[in-house]
Design a protein around this ligand. Structure first.
Ligand SMILES: [Zn+2]
Length: 127
């Protein structure tokens, strides 16, 4: 099995509702999103999926979050835009994209870095 990882970035503002500390105030992050996919069947070029194509798929999802005030947009208007919920949202959006439905390339995990030292990984795949 092959596992490929790409990283994309986005910038957004948020606050954490009911958080007992400074994260309850409006602030921004430069989020880093790592997406890992896996599969065993290579194409005629010897690739599982072109890194460029994988990044393009992830960027389509990230575009909905980039330079936004996350608390104002779905689904974060009803659930806190924590790194956990953002990772799950990106994962769910990705697995429903045509590139990853019923094909040989499977989304393994989405890791969201909120800072250089803090990240959350979301996955529904047993590893
Ligand atoms: Zn924050």
């Amino acid at each position: 099995m092959f596992e490929l990882t790409i990283i994309v970035d986005f910038e957004a503002a948020h606050f954490i509702q009911d958080y007992p500390g400074k994260c309850s105030r409006l602030h921004g992050h430069n989020w880093k999103v790592e997406v890992a996919v896996s599969g065993s069947k290579l194409n005629e070029l010897g690739m599982l999926i072109d890194f460029h194509d994988l990044k393009a798929e992830v960027k389509q999802v990230i575009e909905t979050l980039d330079h936004r005030y996350l608390n104002e947009i779905e689904p974060f208007n009803v659930c806190n835009p924590t790194a956990e919920n953002i990772a799950k949202y990106i994962y769910e959006q990705l697995v429903n994209r045509p590139a990853f439905v019923d094909v040989a390339v499977r989304v393994l995990s989405v890791k969201v870095w909120e800072s250089a030292h803090s990240a959350v990984t979301y996955s529904e795949v047993a590893r």
